[in-house]
Design a protein. Structure first.
Length: 188
């Protein structure tokens, strides 16, 4: 209980000392409508990590780093929402698909997902981050804690592996479906 009171006082001190600085930081980087949420999120992270507060000389950069990450997340979310809204608008303006188109599209998606599931987990993850989540190579690098050039290489290799599997599946299906030549008289 005593440590909880100590943490509460520690947090209140940090909040009182850095609130204006964090708010100003966020105001310079986000629309006014998003600033209060970013400041609240920043101090929520500070509260959750209250036991990780560094020495006095490093507190300010530590809090600014948290605020920077919160702002990045807010901007990333905004970009995703924008892309999603654009997709929705395109879908709304697109002609209604026919049932035949839906069946073909569904079959192709199922095939891609089936082949994706056969890849190594690291290949699956990098492909999902790139194509489904539409993250940039630098964002993927941060998430996977690797260099951006490594993302480029791994993504290229994963694409090749998936393309190879998809090609093998197509070849396998076409050889199974290939009828043998019919000889005269209708017999094989």
């Amino acid at each position: 209980m005593e440590q909880l009171l100590g943490n509460d006082q520690k947090f209140r001190g940090l909040y009182d000392r850095y609130f204006v600085a964090v708010r100003s930081y966020c105001l310079r980087r986000l629309p006014v409508s998003e600033v209060n949420d970013a400041v609240a999120e920043t101090f929520l992270v500070v509260w959750r990590r209250i036991d990780d507060v560094p020495a006095e000389s490093a507190v300010r950069p530590w809090i600014y780093t948290i605020a920077k990450n919160v702002v990045r997340n807010a901007n990333r979310s905004k970009r995703r929402r924008t892309r999603l809204n654009l997709r929705i608008d395109r879908l709304r303006s697109a002609p209604e698909p026919t049932s035949e188109t839906l069946v073909v599209s569904s079959a192709e998606n199922d095939k891609v997902l089936r082949m994706l599931a056969e890849l190594r987990p690291v290949d699956q993850e990098i492909l999902r981050l790139s194509f489904w989540d539409e993250l940039s190579n630098s964002e993927i690098a941060q998430i996977l804690d690797i260099e951006p050039h490594a993302v480029t290489m791994r993504l290229s290799r994963a694409r090749s592996r998936l393309a190879h599997r998809l090609g093998m599946e197509t070849t396998k299906q076409s050889t199974e479906a290939d009828p043998r030549p019919v000889t005269e008289g209708g017999e094989r």
